[in-house]
Ligand binder design. Structure first.
Ligand code: CAA
Length: 384
């Protein structure tokens, strides 16, 4: 039985900052951000959007009444959780009008958690073929203003429905994992911004990719030439290019050029959003599916997921016939084309206006937010 991705939804808030302008404001060469980091725009997250509302806005695009009858599990990957106890998935169950009889759980392992959700969902559907699973990844990537991590911020949410006989991608059985207890990127409970050893994290990412890719090849007899494309977790789009380049010597020139061409399609959307943490790999996958001109039924895509701390997974999925019809292309492209640019001072103001980590009542700037689901604020220590 084939199991995999039947639907994909994507949401990012309506504001962005232009990376060339941000570079100039930080006394950097624009090409450092545009080419060296590989980002042209960066999503700016207003205080009226959090992991839950962004996930609801992404999932709302794909969950219809038929899904409401079949979804019996929500797996919510995030490292921007809004509560140390209650799962973000429970809020989603209510906001989406899903039945009270389903299972709902939040998962955490940095940017890897949405992949963990997808693999757990696949096994769930294999055991219960009539059921469907809603898996989401939603995050706000924050490092702070005026530091090296700033050009790699961003945010948004991805949502997928995992089912039998999927219309977009069938996930192959088996995957390669690598875990090691390292401190490359982390966010202590008291911190609103991530701490990172940037150069070390980029080096570890490549090592984890090479390790899991080699392990998968050995265990499953995969040749690099079996892959039409490789998609990566993209904390910044140059990161994926660096990882891809690390394995290109394993293939001939024409296949290497094909992988590089497909990689360019896979970073079109991520270039305009920045890091979504858990959702980044799946935005890149969506970017490839929407923009590539040469993907066909039965072709295989390799997917590399990386979550700092750190855990890597490499797996393979097969493109399904008519996958384009199952993608809501106009909804997806509208999310990106209907955004508004912020000046650098307005971006800095929005960045600093987050809801405080305190028990105080707080009203967000929700009037400016055109999304269906938004956070109105905090009252009596409860998010509204
Ligand atoms: N034109 C073109 N390129 C230029 C340039 C110019 N004028 N000026 C500089 N560059 C290039 C540099 O050569 C460099 O390229 P390479 O990486 O290929 O060598 C690139 O621009 C970046 O320059 P620096 O290395 O000097 O950049 P930096 O020290 O300011 O920081 C960073 C870069 C380490 C990625 C930093 O942004 C950071 O810490 N980001 C957050 C951490 C991160 O994203 N890590 C990724 C792996 S961890 C992960 O994946 C999990 C996650 O989601 C966080």
């Amino acid at each position: 039985m084939k199991v995999g991705i039947d639907k994909i939804g994507f949401y990012t808030p309506k504001w962005y900052v232009d990376m060339a302008k941000l570079a100039r404001a930080r006394n950097e060469e624009p090409d450092k951000y545009l080419i060296g980091i590989g980002q042209t725009k960066q999503a700016v997250i207003p205080n009226s959007q959090d992991a839950v509302t962004m996930a609801a806005n992404a999932a709302d695009q794909i969950v219809n009444d038929d899904n409401r009858k079949k979804i019996d599990l929500i797996l919510f990957g995030t490292e921007s959780g809004i509560d140390n106890s209650k799962s973000a998935a429970i809020y989603l169950q209510r906001l989406l009008g899903l039945p009270n009889t389903i299972q709902s759980v939040e998962l955490k392992q940095a940017c890897y958690a949405m992949t963990a959700g997808i693999q757990l969902a696949k096994d769930h559907v294999l055991a219960h073929p009539d059921s469907q699973v809603l898996v989401v990844g939603a995050d706000i990537a924050r490092y702070g203003l005026h530091n090296a991590g700033e050009p790699t911020q961003g945010g948004g949410a991805m949502a997928v429905v995992i089912s039998a006989n999927p219309r977009i991608l069938a996930i192959e059985n088996g995957s390669a994992h690598y875990v090691a207890d390292i401190m490359d990127f982390w966010r202590p409970l008291y911190a609103t911004e991530a701490l990172v050893d940037g150069k070390y994290s980029s080096k570890q990412y490549i090592e984890f990719f090479q390790q899991t890719f080699a392990q998968y090849q050995k265990q499953h007899g995969l040749e690099i030439s079996d892959l039409q494309a490789l998609v990566f977790h993209l904390p910044y789009t140059k990161m994926g290019l660096k990882a891809l380049r690390a394995i290109l010597p394993e293939t001939d020139e024409s296949h290497a050029n094909q992988l590089l061409r497909e990689f360019e399609y896979s970073r079109v959307f991520n270039r305009q959003v920045g890091n979504l943490y858990t959702g980044s790999l799946y935005l890149s996958l969506l970017s490839l599916l929407v923009n590539s001109e040469s993907l066909n039924e039965t072709q295989k895509i390799g997917l590399f997921s990386y979550g700092s701390g750190a855990e890597g997974e490499f797996y393979v999925a097969t493109v399904q016939s008519n996958y384009k019809q199952a993608l809501h292309e106009s909804t997806i492209t509208n999310v990106l084309s209907n955004r508004e640019e912020l000046s650098i001072p307005d971006y800095e103001k929005m960045f600093k206006s987050q809801m405080p980590l305190s028990d105080a009542d707080f009203v967000t700037d929700y009037e400016k937010d055109s999304a269906k689901f938004y956070l109105a604020g905090q009252k009596d220590q409860q998010r509204q």
